[in-house]
Design a protein around this ligand. Structure first.
Ligand code: PEP
Ligand code: MG
Length: 572
């Protein structure tokens, strides 16, 4: 039995069959066939088109009862496939120019897609992405490759991929995916975040996983220890069935804490926030005091076009309704880095994580930003909505972003549209340059939330996506705790709310020194709420403060981890 190692980023154990997922990429060259084969090549295209149509029919039927919106997207794909001009264009190239069917398909679809993407109306421009989707479907069939899609799997499987795009994870079938294994990505990559929020066990950063597991049937995914056991023997399977039962029992014990008020052993209240990335109902709403992070980029990534103002208003109102009166911290669009939008072409950058991402990108795309701000402000009339900007590096960033909010507010006032005049405007602290001037930042904003995923990346100069240097990515280093302590104390001094919404806040061991350092608001995925509440209940505030002092004086992250584990074990 062979064992592969990786980073366990979403806790759990899964036993199941492997499904190696490779998104299709078309590789088409200009090519022609010889005289006398026109009918044969034409038939090839027509057969592929018919197959594409029946694939689409199946998808439409599947979605028609669960998601009308998704069914509509695929119905539109069918229309494109049968569009007279498209079909005539392709068949003309095959019959008249003797172009190979794949080349003809590629040329015609691409030509139409370019035409559409230039349209002024964003809704029409967005159809270009649909054209490319249909083109890929037909090309894949012509190449004889099977359909690969995580949205409609037929059985429960452990998904193995080089990497999952945010759009893959956003649409994956949560019931069918038992576990996730990828070759790249660390604990704070978006695959990891989604896996945790769906409670799907995941081990990322497993080198050559797709190649090694391509011909494998069954695996055990141990996302507690970070191991993948290939074709386990009967003995191992039995052992893991026992481990799985034990794990589920521990989950049950801590689960009791889900419904409890989060209190330290000495009775201080800590507020628990919820991190969300969709408009779906989440059971975490019931067990949290606020939404500390609503990642709006998922709305953009799931869509086939730039979400319109109306679509966004509807989505934000839905989240406010889900939150049942609790404040919702809406983070404005955070793309760039490892996240892109299929309908928004951005220049390739040498260092995307240091590039034009998040707030920087929004400031450089005024229409896009304005639409989101208008939608957020309009939604603020229907609940308590806080507005938060990601990737703020300077006070100039804060002022520029606030100026855009003010100008949108003025617009809405002129139009007589209701919004919350006193909406709270805050920032994420995830770049060291703003962290070290936390005292000045606190004067300019109503609140802040620390994004420890990026703060670790930028403080330690370690790419959060690079599995090869995962040991350098130290969210629990003494440097991180010193920096966090400074941020919390400046915001507490200024009397401005401060929270942490990075993954660190959902780690029960980290919660101890965080509260000890003065933090009273921790925002996390629903799957961590019970364990964090449970851990907080074991320590008095004085104990947490002492531990916080000690971790800041330690030399290494390993020392910090050891201390926290020992202290937790004493109270188990
Ligand atoms: C963070 O950086 O900690 C954060 C919460 O934002 P994201 O993970 O979406 O970059
Ligand atoms: Mg971030």
């Amino acid at each position: 039995m062979r064992i592969l190692k990786g980073n366990p980023v979403s806790r759990g154990i899964a036993l199941g069959n492997v499904f190696v997922y490779k998104a299709f990429t078309a590789d088409v060259h200009e090519s022609y066939f010889e005289e006398g084969h026109a009918q044969e090549q034409l038939q090839k295209f027509r057969d592929a088109a018919r197959m594409a149509e029946s694939e689409l029919d199946r998808v439409i039927e599947k979605f028609s009862s669960v998601s009308e919106e998704k069914a509509k997207i695929f119905a539109a794909h069918k229309e494109i496939l049968n569009d007279e001009e498209v079909v005539e264009g392709i068949e003309g190239m095959i019959l008249d120019d003797h172009a190979m069917p794949d080349y003809a398909v590629d040329m015609v679809f691409t030509e139409f897609a370019i035409l559409l993407s230039k349209a002024k109306d964003p809704l029409i421009a967005a159809r270009a992405a649909d054209l490319r989707d249909v083109r890929n479907r037909v090309l894949r069939i012509l190449k004889g490759e099977k359909e690969m899609n995580l949205a409609h799997l037929t059985e429960q499987v452990v998904v193995v991929a080089h990497d999952l795009l945010p759009s893959d994870t956003a649409t994956l079938d949560r019931e069918k995916v038992l576990g996730i294994i990828t070759e790249v990505g660390g604990a704070t990559s978006h695959t990891a975040i989604i896996a945790r929020s769906y409670s799907i066990p995941a081990v990322l950063g497993v080198p050559e996983a797709t190649e090694i597991l391509a011909s494998v049937g069954h695996v055990v995914l141990d996302a507690l220890a970070g191991k993948v056991l290939i074709e386990p023997d009967q003995q191992t399977i039995l052992e893991y069935q026992v481990k799985l039962a034990e794990y589920q029992k521990e989950e049950c014990e801590t689960r009791e804490y889900l419904t409890k008020i989060p209190l330290t052993a000495s009775g201080e209240k800590v507020s628990i926030g919820l991190n969300i990335g969709s408009t779906e109902p989440d059971e975490g709403f019931k067990y949290s005091d606020f939404v500390g992070l609503f990642r709006t980029e998922f709305l953009y990534m799931e869509s086939e076009h730039m979400p319109t103002e109306e679509e966004q208003v509807a989505a934000y109102r839905k989240v406010l309704a889900n939150a049942m009166g609790n404040p919702v911290t809406l983070r404005t669009l955070d793309i760039g880095g490892d996240k892109s939008l299929r309908y928004l072409a951005l220049p390739k950058e040498e260092n995307p994580f240091l590039g034009n991402r998040a707030l920087r990108l929004c400031l450089s795309l005024p229409d896009l930003f304005r639409t989101q701000l208008r939608a957020a402000l309009r939604a603020s009339a229907f609940g308590e909505l806080w507005l938060m900007f990601p990737m703020v590096g300077t006070i100039d960033d804060v002022r520029n972003a606030r100026a855009r909010v003010e100008s949108v507010k003025a617009e809405l006032r002129t139009e007589g549209i209701a919004f919350d005049e006193n909406i709270k405007v805050g920032i994420m602290i995830e770049i060291p340059s703003i962290a070290v001037i936390a005292d000045l930042a606190a004067k300019e904003v109503d609140f802040a939330s620390v994004g420890t995923n990026d703060l670790t990346q930028y403080l330690h100069a370690v790419d959060r996506m690079n599995a090869a240097i995962v040991d350098y990515y130290q969210s629990m280093s003494p440097s991180m705790f010193r920096m966090l302590g400074m941020i919390f104390s400046e915001f507490n001094k200024a009397g401005k709310p401060i929270s942490v919404c990075g993954e660190l806040a959902g780690d029960p061991l980290a919660a101890i020194p965080l509260v000890g350092l003065g933090l009273r608001k921790l925002s996390m995925n629903a799957s961590n709420i019970a364990r964090v509440k449970w851990m907080l209940s074991k320590f008095t505030l004085t104990e947490m403060k002492e531990i916080a002092e000690r971790v800041q004086l330690m030399a290494t992250q390993a020392d910090v981890n050891q201390l926290l584990k020992e202290e937790a074990a004493k109270r188990a």
